[in-house]
Design a protein around this ligand. Structure first.
Ligand SMILES: NC(=O)c1ccc[n+]([C@@H]2O[C@H](COP(=O)([O-])OP(=O)(O)OC[C@H]3O[C@@H](n4cnc5c(N)ncnc54)[C@H](O)[C@@H]3O)[C@@H](O)[C@H]2O)c1
Length: 413
């Protein structure tokens, strides 16, 4: 129906391009043309232009071996971006989300796709073996994207057992269920933090570099990776591991540095700087990460690890100053909005990965820091006060979740 009109969807600016349609109108029509159901057309009509840009293009030709995809942690920041893309771009896939809806996950992240025939959400915990075995069987899952995890480094300095439970035991349970159910692809989403800190004078980490995690969060992610690799070697489970830079963008619970600084400034609060603020990080826009995860599903090689990186690097202090500028706070007033606080027990100076292998697969980051951050700030200005309920606990300098009183809660250990 729309054939011939839908061209040039790689065109960057959302101006009238072909036959009077803007880029977003063209993408929207193309998406609708993949579904016949008029209810779905209505859902797609309501997708915001900014979300549409992030959903972007799909990988062609699609991998026909895949039918039913499980996304763990799909109500979280990255998981929900991935789910929205897969559901809207690939009507031929059924997407099943399992998420326990921890403090950082929200069904608001998925409301855009509510009612889509190829999407279902199940509230549940990946650490339950019976539950995961049941889901894989019942939903005939053939592919898994595993993202569910405890993800906040600050919390891991407090209640670190939660990290061991969710990140290591949770992954182990899922691997065992996947082994029994003959899964075709198990994509394990890990982090560049498993390499530990990388000095400016050292080369970037490549996929075979030694893992040297330095905080409880990254240690549990590295341990989970060891299990994933062991299931590949021992049982031939078809795994792929990804390790990415820091990710930023809309829909992220405001405990991580970008979303936290933005939400604090929206509320007239401060940016709390750990230590002297000289530690630096690289930042990748979430839409670019999702494109990488999509590409890896279709073209990634079984048994391989892929770093997902970017060259944009900035210190924590300079990052805060950029946000102050974005909020029109003059240099003279900056000291009112910056506060130096005690550093983390250990704070990696920087991370840096070599992502040549993924570039060779055809991926590169497309969203510039300037564009990504504008979009992110605009989203939080509209949503930060209503999306997750009360976020004030997340905005304190060190949001530490502490160990419970009794270790009885940890009888799984
Ligand atoms: N955000 C980043 O900068 C970044 C960078 C590299 C890698 N990663 C990895 O990407 C993945 C997703 O990160 P995110 O930033 O979207 O995290 P997030 O904290 O926003 O979301 C995690 C989700 O997992 C769910 N979850 C946690 N434990 C669970 C369990 N036991 N059972 C079911 N659901 C559970 C939570 O409810 C939440 O919805 C994680 O594995 C993380 O290690 C994140």
């Amino acid at each position: 129906m729309y054939e011939g009109r839908i061209i040039n969807i790689l065109h960057k600016d959302n101006v009238k391009i072909t036959n009077g349609y803007t880029l977003n109108e063209s993408i929207r029509m193309e998406l609708k043309s993949r579904f016949t159901d008029s209810n779905v057309h209505e859902i797609i009509s309501k997708v915001l232009d900014s979300d549409l840009e992030d959903i972007g293009k799909r990988v062609e030709p699609i991998n026909l071996n895949i039918k039913n995809i499980l996304v763990t942690g799909g109500a979280g920041f990255i998981g929900s971006f991935l789910v929205r893309k897969l559901v809207i771009s690939y009507p031929e896939f059924n997407i099943v989300v399992v998420d326990k809806l921890d403090y950082c996950g929200s069904l608001n992240n998925l409301k855009m796709i509510k009612g889509m025939p190829n999407y279902s959400f199940i509230k549940g915990d990946i650490t339950s073996s019976d539950f995961m075995t049941f889901i894989l069987k019942e939903k005939k899952i053939d592919t898994i994207y595993h993202l569910a995890a405890q993800t906040h480094v600050d919390n891991s300095f407090g209640d670190s057992f939660e990290f061991t439970k969710n990140n290591i035991l949770g992954t182990h349970v899922l691997l065992e269920a996947a082994k029994v159910h003959n899964i075709k692809r198990f994509i394990h989403v890990s982090t560049d933090e498993v390499y530990g800190e990388v000095a400016k004078t050292s080369p970037d980490c490549h996929e075979e570099s030694i893992l040297a995690p330095s905080n409880p969060y990254s240690a549990t992610k590295a341990a989970a990776e060891c299990l994933v690799k062991a299931y590949h070697k021992s049982f031939g489970l078809p795994i792929i591991i990804t390790r990415s830079n820091n990710i930023y963008g809309p829909y992220q619970y405001p405990e991580k540095i970008c979303s936290k600084f933005i939400c604090s400034l929206i509320r007239g609060g401060k940016c709390y700087i750990h230590g002297d603020g000289s530690n630096s990080r690289k930042y990748l826009y979430v839409g670019d990460l999702i494109n990488a995860l999509d590409l890896i599903l279709h073209l990634g090689h079984i048994g391989e690890i892929y770093n997902i990186g970017t060259n944009f690097e900035i210190s924590n202090l300079d990052l805060a100053k950029i946000f102050l500028q974005q909020f029109n706070i003059s240099e003279r007033d900056q000291h009112n909005y910056l506060e130096f606080v005690q550093d983390r027990p250990f704070n990696d100076r920087r991370y840096s990965v070599d992502y040549t292998k993924l570039k060779e697969l055809g991926w590169k980051p497309k969203v510039s820091w300037e564009d990504g951050i504008k979009k992110t700030i605009a989203w939080y200005k509209k949503n930060c006060d209503k999306w997750w309920g009360d976020i004030s606990n997340a905005l304190v300098p060190h949001p530490l979740k502490t160990l419970p009183q009794s270790l009885d809660d940890y009888n799984y250990l």
